[in-house]
Design a protein around this ligand. Structure first.
Ligand code: SF4
Length: 217
């Protein structure tokens, strides 16, 4: 507290405002409009984010702000792709020479291969922007980077459209999607809705029990 003002509360409110302003606008009320980011994530996570969201904690808000802050400094191009009644929304970061679609991903460590989720997303941007080539650039906070080129691919696009359709249908039917176990689960705020965690005995006791049984008599 500074005087009678709650500084922490004020900072949190300011963070919330920035987060709401910068966050990619997803039309959460319309199940016929799916953002490509939602379709590349776990379907269950995207469903919860629309139907029964848990608010982001401050650490996640700051990390989202940093990522979107960089995006806002770039051109941030919105484009959509219509397939029957379904609309797939995308946001690319830049168009280079009117030819290459660029997407940045801010990561703690540079990956050895591009993440499939990021490839699916950039490929969706290529279709929405009617371009053939894309560049996926991974950046770390200390300025290291690695780039991958991506060529427009029909199969990958069919996959993201299929995932968007599934999410759209489940949203309309109010049916929670099945669990998709992946590396995302480890840091997911919905972990406890998907997996039950029973506390076991102290680990050392348990290991002693197990290895005690295995040791020669
Ligand atoms: S914990 Fe895993 S399966 Fe559950 S919503 Fe999160 S990412 Fe999806």
């Amino acid at each position: 507290m500074l005087g009678d003002r709650n500084i922490r509360g004020m900072i949190e409110k300011a963070l919330d405002r920035l987060h709401d302003d910068l966050n990619i606008k997803i039309d959460k009320k319309n199940p016929d409009r799916i953002h490509a980011l939602e379709a590349t994530l776990c379907t269950r996570l995207s469903y919860y984010e629309r139907k029964d969201p848990i608010p982001e904690d401050n650490a996640s808000k700051i990390s989202i702000l940093l990522g979107h802050g960089i995006r806002n400094a770039l051109s941030n191009i919105n484009a959509e792709y219509k397939i029957d009644s379904l609309t797939l929304d995308t946001n690319a970061d830049m168009l280079m020479g009117e030819e290459f679609v660029v997407r940045f991903e801010i990561v703690p460590e540079l990956p050895l291969v591009p993440h499939p989720r990021h490839l699916l997303y950039l490929n969706a941007c290529l279709f929405a922007l009617h371009k053939d080539e894309g560049i996926l650039i991974y950046l770390t906070a200390d300025g290291r980077s690695v780039e991958y080129s991506v060529t427009r691919n029909n199969r990958m696009f069919e996959e993201i459209v299929r995932r968007a359709r599934v999410l759209s249908t489940l949203l309309k039917d109010n049916k929670v999607p099945i669990i998709e176990p992946s590396d995302l689960c480890m840091k997911c705020k919905y972990y406890s809705r998907c997996y039950s965690r029973e506390k076991t005995k102290e680990t050392t006791d348990l290991l002693q029990d197990i290895f005690g049984k295995l040791s020669p008599k």
